[in-house]
Design a protein. Structure first.
Length: 122
């Protein structure tokens, strides 16, 4: 769980509505704040510029769009992020190999552990 009085704000970049809603519910139950949920690269880049983001959950593939521009922008800002994918580490953008990955489907305790570990390193 996030620290009391310090609700970390998470951005969800996910194009599957059911997965996005499930993530929103999980984050709420774990005590995290939600920056927003977007399903397109342009929306994600706009949200990063406009909002304070403590961490992001990034689906590797958004339809035909690859997540690379969003991962690059977050990395340039020093903002931690976690890839969520059903493809395993092989689908991760080459420039970001070594970043945390949550293999879909994952459980709430997997999300909590990965988020807390990622935020602790930031």
């Amino acid at each position: 769980m996030s620290e009391i009085g310090e609700k970390k704000r998470i951005l969800i970049v996910e194009d599957e509505p059911f997965i996005a809603l499930t993530l929103e519910d999980m984050l709420d139950e774990l005590g995290f704040g939600l920056v927003g949920t977007v399903s397109h690269i342009a929306e994600a880049l706009e949200m990063i510029e406009r909002e304070a983001v403590d961490c992001a959950l990034l689906d590797v593939n958004l339809g035909s769009e690859k997540i690379d521009p969003v991962a690059d922008r977050l990395a340039a800002r020093g903002c931690p992020f976690i890839f969520t994918t059903g493809y395993g580490a092989s689908g991760i953008p080459a420039a970001h190999v070594g970043r945390p990955v949550l293999q879909k489907p994952f459980r709430m305790d997997d999300l909590a552990g990965t988020l807390n570990a990622t935020l602790a390193k930031a």
